[in-house]
Design a binder for this molecule. Structure first.
Ligand SMILES: [Zn+2]
Length: 771
């Protein structure tokens, strides 16, 4: 980076006259005395020498300075609310789009990637230049953009599904023709559930999938879990708040109207959908909430025969065999009762089939087909989507539909992630980004181990050395999986897909089938521990506990997350650096810590260290529980968001430490040049850069959803929570005691005291009565 000293650009006047000379001499003498005195004071330690302030005036630095300045609200005191200080300018200038329920830097970058994909997909198809896979992606996109055709088709493609088993919909009676009439005698729940999963990748009641065995992470195994509901938050079925009731009412009316649009009589639809909603409420009641879904409690390995003994009301073997298409995977024909599976929620399944036993078959059928219909509404003509929009107004607060091109880009991206990924990285990923990612990863790894060795006083040495081993084994995956560069391999993976420009609905069904069957490919195959299967265009980062990998797809490695080497490093360390630290720390959060360096669920902590870890997490749970979010009318759920909060707090500290080490080693301790027009030190820029990737605003509906279903704390508390805990932050912004952004004294003290009290109570020493 080029830096130059500000204020040193005045040319010296060469025509010095005698008077100015005398003045200059006088100044010289005076300043020599002053300098002598100053040097004395410095040597005595009374004055600290400020190194000459360097400004970076390259176009990149000017660009970065403007980007930072435009996001701020400088009328807010950074020590009072750093999120508002850092983000309010951006939030005010970037209102939530009508078709979104929230908006922020992540969605902004997401949109930016969508625009790039749009440009790529809209380039005319060329049989000569485009690979076979790219041709398929363009055909799929064009079929989705063919709105005239979609309008003309209207409900027909869906109605033809509803005329045949297993998707005849009781509520429609014989209104769509005698062949659509549902019959109780012919209804098979196993058949319908299996078809939903096997043909359309829809999980209702049961979520069946293949992934690695937690305790033998080299092997793949079938897992069974609970599935989602029509509304995203379980609480909205259980609570009697005004909002929850309004959501249920809106859902009910939506189901009724859709049934009517497809041909049902209104009164019949109301009656039937009332029972459907009642059934869904019962299912919500038995679902295991996220905070009780721990890795150990969900590891229930058994064979199908044992599951059948435990829950005999359902033909598990028949279901599993029907879900897997053995025409695609002939070697899976041998699945029988002895097949091992992991039942993640045994109690849920017991309760589920108890409920279903007492339920009318007609209601079950009405519900299952409703779920199929619901997932296909977006593939029908506008009148169906506008009806959905009315529903969305209530549950998401949106008031317009997503533009068709955006919907189509997302559709193609989800259906063909590696094809669109390849198109994206060919044009928009610079390979030299890997170098800085390696620097950041190694910096974070060092910082994590350094903190462990030098600052962690509570972990015993044996557990520590296991933690170091695990930290050393963390594998970073950057950009995209290598296999996307192999055209033959990619074409082979999608060879069964044959799209038509004029049959959008048919194309959608093909992509659903493809997605539904793709994970069974892995059953009986070893887990490729160093490979990754993340869509390159994803604007997010990940940690995988079963492979001990941290993953950074190309979509995430862009500004304002990843800044190139031409920009101050403080910006990259503060943004993507903290994210590297965040993902790294997931390997040691309340869940990740249970997995060893090889990705196996196998306790490696001493009981004493584990106990101390749990005590420490109580303070953090408490801290976040106390954050009240006015927009949602709710408090943050400290226990549910614990893993993410640990990762945020750890990531921030690790990245800052790594940054300071970089300054020390790569710049011999010399601070980076400042940015023009904004008065922030490099350390301050680091913290601003972190806060900026979290800038986000929410409609009240989205805020509620974030609290109820989000694994993360809301963005403002991700900023305030982690920063107010960090002494380097308050040093950088000189936040004195008693400011919100300085939690040092009172809050952590009371928490620590409370922990002592709890410990003493447990030990029978109840001498501290009140704190
Ligand atoms: Zn995370």
């Amino acid at each position: 980076m080029e830096g130059e000293a500000a204020g040193s650009s005045m040319p010296a006047n060469k025509k010095a006259a005698s008077k100015p000379l005398r003045i200059a001499l006088g100044v010289f003498v005076t300043s020599t005395v002053a300098l002598g005195t100053a040097l004395f004071l410095v040597s005595q330690g009374h004055i600290k020498l400020q190194p000459k302030q360097q400004y970076c005036l390259t176009s990149e630095c000017i660009e970065a300075a403007a980007a930072i300045k435009s996001k701020l609200n400088t009328s807010v005191d950074p020590c009072d609310n750093f999120f508002r200080f850092a983000c309010e300018g951006w939030i005010q200038n970037n209102p939530i789009p009508e078709d979104s329920s929230s908006y922020g830097i992540y969605p902004w970058l997401r949109h930016n990637v969508d625009l790039k994909l749009k440009a790529l997909l809209e380039k005319p198809l060329s049989k000569r230049r485009d690979s076979e896979a790219v041709q398929k992606a363009k055909t799929l996109y064009n079929s989705c953009m063919n709105e005239n055709k979609i309008e003309k088709a209207d409900a027909k493609p869906l109605l033809s599904m509803l005329k045949h088993s297993p998707f005849r919909w009781p509520v429609l009676e014989s209104n769509i023709g005698p062949e659509g009439l549902w019959s109780e005698r012919k209804f098979s729940m196993v058949q319908t559930l299996a078809a939903l999963r096997s043909q359309y990748s829809s999980s209702v009641f049961i979520r069946m999938y293949v992934s690695s065995d937690d305790k033998m992470s080299n092997e793949h195994i079938i897992k069974l879990d609970q599935a989602s509901l029509s509304l995203s938050a379980q609480e909205d079925y259980l609570k009697n708040t005004t909002e929850a009731k309004a959501y249920r009412d809106a859902l009910f009316q939506f189901m009724v109207d859709i049934a009517v649009l497809l041909g049902a009589n209104a009164s019949r639809a109301e009656l039937d959908m009332k029972s459907v909603l009642k059934l869904e409420v019962k299912i919500a009641e038995i679902m295991i909430p996220p905070e009780n879904r721990t890795s150990e409690s969900m590891y229930n390995k058994m064979n199908i025969s044992e599951l059948t003994t435990m829950i005999p009301q359902f033909d598990w073997l028949a279901y599993i065999k029907k879900v897997i298409d053995t025409k695609l995977y002939p070697d899976l024909k041998d699945i029988d009762d002895s097949e091992n599976i992991i039942v993640r929620v045994p109690q849920y399944f017991k309760d589920l089939f108890r409920i279903l036993e007492g339920e009318r078959k007609k209601t079950i059928a009405n519900y299952l087909v409703w779920r199929m219909v619901y997932s296909r509404i977006f593939n029908l003509s506008r009148r169906f989507q506008y009806r959905w929009l009315d529903f969305s107004r209530v549950i998401q607060g949106t008031s317009s539909l997503q533009p068709q091109w955006d919907k189509c880009v997302n559709f193609v991206e989800n259906a063909l992630p590696y094809v669109t990924g390849r198109m994206f990285v060919d044009l928009h990923f610079q390979e030299d980004k890997r170098e800085m990612m390696a620097e950041l990863t190694e910096g974070i790894r060092w910082a994590f181990m350094d903190m462990l060795e030098n600052e962690n006083t509570w972990m015993d040495s044996e557990t520590k050395s296991k933690a170091v081993e695990k930290a050393k084994a963390v594998l970073a995956k950057v950009g995209y999986p290598e296999f996307i560069m192999n055209d033959t391999y990619i074409a082979e993976g999608i060879k069964t897909l044959k799209f038509s420009e004029t049959d959008y609905f048919g194309n959608v069904l093909q992509t659903r089938k493809h997605a539904a069957q793709s994970d069974f490919y892995w059953l009986r195959k070893e887990v490729p521990k160093t490979e990754w299967f993340t869509s390159p265009t994803t604007v997010n980062a990940f940690y995988s506990s079963s492979t001990n990998q941290i993953r950074f797809p190309a979509g995430e490695l862009q500004k304002p997350f990843f800044w190139g080497t031409e920009y101050p490093r403080s910006l990259s360390y503060g943004a993507i650096g903290v994210i590297v630290g965040h993902e790294f720390t997931h390997g040691f959060d309340n869940n990740g810590r249970k997995y060893d360096k090889n990705g196996n669920l196998d306790p490696w902590w001493s009981l004493d260290s584990e106990e101390k870890f749990k005590e420490k997490t109580k303070c953090m749970i408490n801290q976040y529980n106390n954050y009240y979010w006015k927009k949602a009318g709710l408090n943050v759920k400290g226990k549910r968001t614990l893993a993410e909060n640990i990762a945020d707090n750890g990531g921030l500290r690790e990245a800052f430490r790594a940054y300071r080490k970089w300054i020390k080693e790569k710049r011999q301790g010399e601070e980076e040049a400042l940015l023009p027009g904004i008065d922030f030190t490099p350390n301050q820029l680091f913290f601003l850069s972190y806060a900026h990737v979290r800038c986000n605003s929410f409609r009240p509906e989205a805020a509620r959803e974030q609290i109820y279903t989000g694994a993360h704390s809301p963005p403002q508390f991700r900023v305030i929570g982690a920063m107010s805990n960090f002494e380097e932050f308050r040093k950088a912004f000189t936040c004195t005691e008693n400011t919100t952004m300085n939690r040092d004294s009172m809050d952590s003290l009371t928490c620590a005291l409370r922990q002592t009290l709890c410990r003493n109570k447990k030990m029978g020493m109840n001498f501290l009565k009140k704190v």
